[in-house]
Design a protein around this ligand. Structure first.
Ligand SMILES: Nc1ncnc2c1ncn2[C@@H]1O[C@H](COP(=O)(O)OP(=O)(O)OP(=O)(O)O)[C@@H](O)[C@H]1O
Length: 246
């Protein structure tokens, strides 16, 4: 197997308070991996480290065959500033930044690609709409259009279907399936186990450390889920350092 992402004794945290402890393992290139776990388990923290926006406290996360520009990251909806005065077209066009530069003009030939991406997520006619005037589902469709244009080898999705209706979820899951068929590596933080069981062959169950990682049916067992919950409930918020030896 070729590893797209390699975790080596990875410990992550904020102000030296660990949030993810001693994670080891490889994410296989082209795999479709769900990251599950209770609130506060460290799932978003892990995606941020893979995206390169959070440096490890110790250990490493490596993407041996992937350039930084080849990672696309969809943050949680709560992290998007909807008051920013920008329209749908311009947000989606930002998906081209690795080719045009962040503030570069979109070349004429690229305009069609932006329109195609907007169309692919069902937002035809919304090009000039300010993002503050989009519904939650429309906003998520727009962000998926941007991901489409990024054309990345590794795609990180943080709770992509939270508060999204079933039709929009189904449409966006079809895009995830398309990315997977194109052999891209897709990691998604998800709370809906029905979606995970149906659409994600592999799962990492996290509760500040790895509880289980492998085939989804083997990971999402009542025993593992109970263990994950009790790990989070037992967590000492004031702990300065990891209690396990590195
Ligand atoms: N910027 C930050 N500064 C300090 N602590 C943080 C920060 N972000 C997250 N944390 C803490 O790190 C721990 C893991 O948070 P994280 O957001 O990764 O969890 P999660 O599994 O994604 O949770 P949820 O399901 O609630 O989104 C939590 O205890 C959280 O309070």
């Amino acid at each position: 197997m070729t590893a797209a992402i390699r975790f080596s004794d990875l410990t992550l945290g904020y102000d030296r308070h660990p949030a993810v402890h001693h994670l080891d393992g490889d994410v296989e290139s082209g795999s479709l991996l769900a990251i599950c776990g209770p609130n506060g388990a460290g799932k978003s923290t892990l995606l941020k480290a893979i995206a390169g926006s959070l440096a490890p406290l110790s250990g490493s996360v490596a993407l041996p065959h992937v350039k930084t520009r080849d990672i696309a990251y969809l943050p949680q909806a709560a992290e998007i500033d909807k008051s920013f005065p920008i329209n749908v077209f311009d947000v989606v066009a930002m998906g081209l930044w690795s080719r045009c530069g962040l503030f570069g003009a979109v070349a004429r030939r690229e305009l069609a690609r932006v329109h195609d991406a907007i169309s692919a997520v069902g937002l035809d006619g919304f090009e000039d709409r300010a993002i503050g005037a989009l519904s939650g589902g429309q906003l998520q469709r727009m962000l998926f259009a941007r991901l489409l244009l990024q054309d990345a080898a590794v795609i990180l999705l943080d709770e992509p279907f939270t508060a999204i209706d079933s039709k929009t979820t189904a449409d966006l899951l079809a895009l995830v399936a398309r990315w997977s068929s194109e052999k891209r590596t897709v990691l998604a933080v998800l709370h809906d186990f029905d979606i995970v069981r149906e659409h994600f062959p592999q799962t990492l169950l996290l509760a500040r450390e790895k509880i289980a990682w492998g085939k989804t049916a083997d990971v999402l067992t009542p025993q593992n889920l109970l263990r994950a919950r009790s790990m989070i409930e037992a967590f000492d918020r004031d702990a300065q350092a990891c209690s396990r030896a590195a």
